[in-house]
Design a protein around this ligand. Structure first.
Ligand code: MEV
Length: 321
């Protein structure tokens, strides 16, 4: 038996960093997907082939600790182990992972791969796990591998669409939006999310409640912007993007290049701009009207960024064939 599944990457629209501490965020699934093919085999081996992350014909040993596993195989191995512990299976498996985007740009390749693998195993074993069950096992996998993370990326990969996410997954709401005139600018710099999250955490314990205050301000923005996105009030959404970016700068997770790309997009006529995700590198996002789109894209390129065309709000984890 052989099955191919896929799950989408994500972009965090509002609520970066504060979401790690159970605050709400809004994120969207994008049309860059990770594809996973799982084939049952007669032997008892689990073989992973994911050449894009330098894993070739690698035999997974489910008893190994995370630290002893090569980076590119960690999520797959731990997802497999968690799935086996919860639902069981006895055949050997060959798992092939094909990426529709680079793991370097912050679109959540590990989360998408984790979700696609769980979806494939669920289909293979005819369990038909719900999006919520896939999310729960995926989020456990992220925490087992990284030790930190809000889980919104797993939820976005499992559910798809554009979601409002709160309390580490206790609330996952599909916003059901139709349109999002988003432009994505890549800085060319890879951000190490876990390190940046840990850095912010260390600042939370410095005896002041400065970080908590900033997180509460972000939460106010997320709650306000939800309605505005639904009503397509892009002008106001853009203003709140700028406000959210300002707070992220105060949190010290922005950088010169992100500031530069944000500023360039606004000079070229966008509604507002902010970093998306952990910050320091990866991508910035901006909103622009159809007439200003080309101008804004050129502005980002002239400022040293790369525009990555994406369609937002796409379908979550699915069976391909
Ligand atoms: C990274 O994509 C977003 C952060 O909020 C971390 C997380 O939510 O796990 C920085």
């Amino acid at each position: 038996m052989k099955i191919t599944t896929s799950a989408p990457g994500k972009l965090l629209l509002f609520g970066d960093h504060s979401v790690v501490y159970a605050h709400p965020c809004i994120s969207t699934a994008i049309d860059r997907r990770i594809y996973v093919t799982v084939t049952e085999t007669d032997d008892q081996r689990y073989v992973l082939h994911a050449p894009e992350v330098e894993i070739e014909e690698y035999e997974l040993d489910l008893l190994k600790d995370v630290e002893a596993i090569p980076k590119g195989a960690q999520y797959c191995q731990i997802a497999l182990r968690n799935f086996k512990e919860k639902y069981g299976f006895d055949s050997g498996l060959r798992i092939e992972v094909k990426a529709g985007f680079s793991s370097k740009i912050g679109f959540g390749s590990s989360s998408a791969a984790t979700v696609a693998i769980i979806k494939a195993l669920s289909q293979l074993k005819q369990l038909n796990l719900t999006q919520q069950e896939i999310f729960e096992l995926g989020y456990k996998t992220v925490l087992d591998v990284k030790g930190v993370g809000s889980g919104y990326d797993i939820a976005t990969a499992a559910y798809g669409g554009t979601i409002y996410y709160e309390k580490n997954g206790e609330i996952i709401e599909d916003l059901g939006i139709k349109n999002l005139p988003l432009i994505v600018g890549y800085t060319g710099i890879k951000a190490d999310t876990a390190d940046i999250v840990k850095e912010v955490r260390s600042r939370m314990n410095n005896g002041t409640n400065e970080v908590e205050t900033l997180f509460n301000e972000i939460t106010d923005i997320v709650k306000e912007v939800k309605e505005l996105i639904l009503n397509e009030e892009w002008n106001k959404v853009g203003e709140l993007m700028d406000k959210n970016q300002e707070i992220l700068s105060q949190l010290q997770v922005s950088s010169e290049i992100l500031d530069k790309l944000n500023a360039a997009s606004k000079e070229a006529g966008s509604f507002g701009a902010k970093l998306s995700g952990a910050g320091i590198g990866d991508c910035m996002i901006t909103l622009a009207s159809e007439v200003k789109r080309l101008n804004v894209e050129n502005g980002i390129v002239q400022a040293g960024g790369k525009v990555i065309p994406v369609r937002t709000n796409v379908e979550g984890a699915r069976v391909e064939k």
